[in-house]
Each structure stands twice: as structure tokens, then as C-alpha cells.
Ligand binder design. Structure first.
Ligand SMILES: NC(=O)c1ccc[n+]([C@@H]2O[C@H](COP(=O)([O-])OP(=O)(O)OC[C@H]3O[C@@H](n4cnc5c(N)ncnc54)[C@H](OP(=O)(O)O)[C@@H]3O)[C@@H](O)[C@H]2O)c1
Length: 241
């Protein structure tokens, strides 16, 4: 049996990842802030899984989770929890922006470090990023920048860690229906289910080839287009979309 720690395991994507990875034979440690959601997930998973209640945007929550990662070797860490403040930057509460940077960047770095301290050959680290890592979305300036950070960070670690047999992946989903009503304005053909994204992650973990994996054909086309089109054009398209 292999052990996997998943942050934000009670949300849409984290929940789908927890189910998919448990089905692959991992014993899950689920991390989030809301204990009753964690208990409900563990009940749904059944078996030997456990949870840790922690706010990863705080020093104490980070310390407790990093300590759990150091206490015994995990085979898989999925840094999935993130905050996505939206709206014009200069009208957004700076505390909300700081919390997003702490959770989406600082926690990812601290937990990756703790995980790699005890990781054995064959272990894997997945940082859930986004296709917004490739081009920033106006009105999501800080969120997009944190995802660019997550992808860049993961790709460098992919190279650093492959010599010791640890696979590092930036998982880049596009619009995903993780909550009712989310992406209601996006054409449904462009919105994936969390289960589809989780299946992409499972396949990438089996193949262990690429440092970054985009989920789905439409999102892959989007990622390619962001590299080919003039930056101003892509920004205009994203702002209108
Ligand atoms: N949904 C999309 O369209 C989409 C697209 C691309 C990428 N992504 C990425 O996919 C990942 C998951 O997104 P999602 O839509 O599934 O998110 P979500 O539904 O908002 O779930 C977030 C999860 O993180 C936990 N969480 C939030 N703040 C936390 C904190 N401070 N400390 C610990 N846990 C915390 C939440 O539980 P508690 O509130 O109980 O803590 C919940 O389990 C994120 O990295 C996101 O950037 C999402």
C-alpha cells in the first residue's frame, strides 16, 4: 500500500483526486480546514484513510502538515488546495490576495520541501496548477500569477528530482465544474468534470514522462494558442471570455 497526502481533498478537484487515487490503491491523508467535510470524505472512502484539519494559509497549519509529511515517508503529495480571488486588482481586499499567495505559493513550496525530505525513489509530487499559468486572466491577476509560479516551480523540480527517481508534475486543468454554477458562462464543451481531470492525473502518474500535463484536447489547444498569438490578443480574448 502506498500513502498519498492531498490538500484541499474535500473540494471538487481534490475530492475526485482522492477517490481516483484511493481506487489506485493509495491510503489517503486528506487535508482541509473544515473537519465535517473531511469526516464525510473519509466515510465515503471507507478503509484505512485519515485526515488532518489544517489551514494551510497559516503558519501553524503549514507546520502541522509539514510535520506529518516528515514523520513518515509519503509516496505521493498532491498540492491541490488553492484560493482564486477575482475582480479588478485595485478593488480586491489585500488580505484575500495575501491568503491566496500564502496558500497557492508558500504552502506549495513548504509542503514540497517537507515531502522531498523523506521521499523515496518511485515517489511523486503533483502540484495542481492551471492553464491560466500560460497566460494571465484579467480580473484574476494574482491567481494567474500564482499558477505561473506553481508550474515554473514544478518544472524545475521535475528536472532536479528525476535523478533520484521522484516524479514531479504540474497538472494544468482548464475550466472545471468543481462547484455548481462555476463556469456557467463558458461553453459546456470547454468545461471538464473533476473526474476527467483526476483521470488525467492518474494517467500522468502512470506514464511519469512530462513535467507539465494539460488536461484535455481543448485546453491543450488553448495552451498552444497562448504561445502563438500576440500576448495582447490573448489577454483581450480572455478578458472577454
Ligand atoms: N475549478 C476550476 O475551474 C479550476 C481550473 C484550473 C485549476 N484549478 C485548480 O484546481 C485546484 C482545486 O480547485 P477546486 O475548484 O476544486 O477548488 P475548491 O472547490 O474551491 O476546493 C478547494 C479545497 O481546498 C480547501 N482549502 C481552501 N482553503 C484552504 C486552506 N487555507 N487550507 C487548507 N485547505 C484549504 C477547501 O476546503 P476547506 O474550505 O474546508 O478548507 C477545499 O477542499 C486548485 O489548485 C485550483 O487552482 C481549478
Amino acid at each position: 500500500m502506498t500513502r498519498a497526502l492531498i490538500t484541499g481533498a474535500t473540494g471538487g478537484m481534490g475530492h475526485a483526486l482522492a477517490l481516483a487515487l484511493a481506487a489506485e490503491g493509495h491510503i489517503i491523508t486528506a487535508v482541509a480546514r473544515t473537519e465535517r467535510h473531511l469526516k464525510s470524505l473519509i466515510g465515503e472512502l471507507g478503509g484505512p484513510h485519515d485526515y488532518l484539519t489544517a489551514d494551510l494559509a497559516t503558519q501553524s497549519g503549514l507546520r502541522d502538515t509539514a510535520a506529518a509529511l516528515r514523520a513518515r515517508p509519503y509516496d505521493l503529495l498532491v498540492n491541490n488546495a488553492a484560493l482564486a480571488p477575482s475582480g479588478p486588482f485595485d478593488h480586491t481586499d489585500p488580505d484575500a490576495l495575501r491568503a491566496a499567495i500564502r496558500l497557492n505559493c508558500e504552502a506549495v513550496v513548504a509542503l514540497s520541501h517537507a515531502f522531498l525530505a523523506t521521499a523515496r525513489p518511485g515517489a511523486a509530487l503533483v502540484n495542481v496548477s492551471s492553464t491560466l499559468a500560460f497566460v494571465p486572466k484579467p480580473d484574476r491577476a494574482v491567481y494567474s500569477a500564482t499558477k505561473a509560479f506553481a508550474t515554473s516551480f514544478s518544472e524545475a523540480l521535475w528536472y532536479e528530482q528525476k535523478g533520484r527517481g521522484v516524479y514531479v508534475l504540474a497538472l494544468c486543468p482548464g475550466p472545471t465544474a468543481t462547484r455548481p454554477g462555476l463556469h456557467a458562462d463558458t461553453p459546456s464543451a470547454l468545461v471538464q468534470s473533476p473526474e476527467t481531470v483526476a483521470a488525467t492525473a492518474v494517467t500522468a502518474l502512470r506514464e511519469r514522462r512530462r513535467p507539465a500535463v494539460v488536461s484535455g484536447r481543448a485546453n491543450t489547444l488553448f495552451a498552444v494558442a497562448t504561445r502563438l498569438l500576440p500576448r495582447g490578443t490573448v489577454l483581450r480574448l480572455l478578458a472577454d471570455g
